[in-house]
Design a protein around this ligand. Structure first.
Ligand SMILES: [Zn+2]
Length: 256
């Protein structure tokens, strides 16, 4: 079993970089949630934890402590750049070992391939999350939020999906993950949702409420709406079971 720790950068009172009416903390969470969904649906023997699955404020040491305590096999920190450049770059720690460098080769190559971003290079740095993790770690900077061309890409949910897919492909190569024999077609998944909003903030607050009541929830952007999803299943029965649980907790539920 491969234990993957995904760290969506920033969150809560720390929006990260902002620009072009985007906030880094929301984009990093979208990419992380999409990675989690793809990995669970398509690959065997992978266990995933996220440092945060909602809009929470977390210190850097809370993130690295959680990964270290869990004894993760790999730590992937997702970020969006700013400062007026363009394209993709990735970082490992300056004193990282060989396997960390090899994993960086795979992720870097696959993310560029999926996203078509300009290559800004594979770099090394002394960042907290790279230094204080006891397992191989990478930090990815996925485009520039304050550069219109990059920001326009990041506004498109299918581009977020491509970035997620690039990360997943690299991780699958690094850890020789086996694909599931039967991959459910995403369009035939039964998605259990409890709300759809024009404003992201409304979706976030419902997601937070759901989590407080013990439901896993993610916010997904679809058809210009922010949807709060609490689960996705290939079996209708499982979807209905979760829907029932959410109804009992006072939510309006629909399965799509
Ligand atoms: Zn950042």
């Amino acid at each position: 079993m491969v234990k993957l720790f995904i760290d969506p950068g920033h969150g809560g009172t720390d929006p990260g970089a902002v620009g072009n009416s985007l906030q880094e903390k929301n984009l990093t969470l979208q990419i992380a949630a999409a990675m989690q969904e793809i990995l669970i649906e398509e690959y065997e023997n992978i266990e995933i934890r996220l440092s945060r699955s909602g809009d929470e404020t977390l210190s850097l040491s809370a993130r690295t402590n959680a990964a270290n305590r869990w004894d993760a096999d790999y730590f992937v920190s997702i970020h969006i750049n700013s400062g007026g450049g363009t394209g993709f770059e990735s970082f490992i720690h300056s004193s990282a070992g060989r396997s960390t460098a090899t994993y960086q080769d795979y992720l870097h190559e696959d993310i560029l391939k999926e996203s078509n971003f300009t290559n800004r290079g594979q770099k090394a740095a002394n960042f907290h999350v790279l230094r204080e993790t006891t397992m191989p770690a990478i930090l990815t900077e996925n485009g520039f939020i304050d550069t219109a061309a990059d920001a326009n890409k990041l506004k498109d949910s299918s581009f977020i999906e491509k970035l997620a897919r690039g990360h997943v492909n690299g991780i699958a190569r690094a850890f020789q993950l086996k694909r599931k024999q039967t991959i459910p077609n995403p369009s035939t998944l039964y998605k259990v949702q409890i709300g759809a909003f024009k404003e992201r903030a409304n979706a976030e607050s419902l997601a937070t409420e759901a989590k407080a009541k013990g439901l896993d929830s993610i916010v997904k952007q679809e058809d210009n709406l922010y949807k709060v999803q609490i689960g996705a299943f290939s079996s209708r029965e499982n979807a209905e079971q979760l829907a029932e649980e959410a109804k009992n907790k006072g939510f309006n539920v629909y399965i799509s």
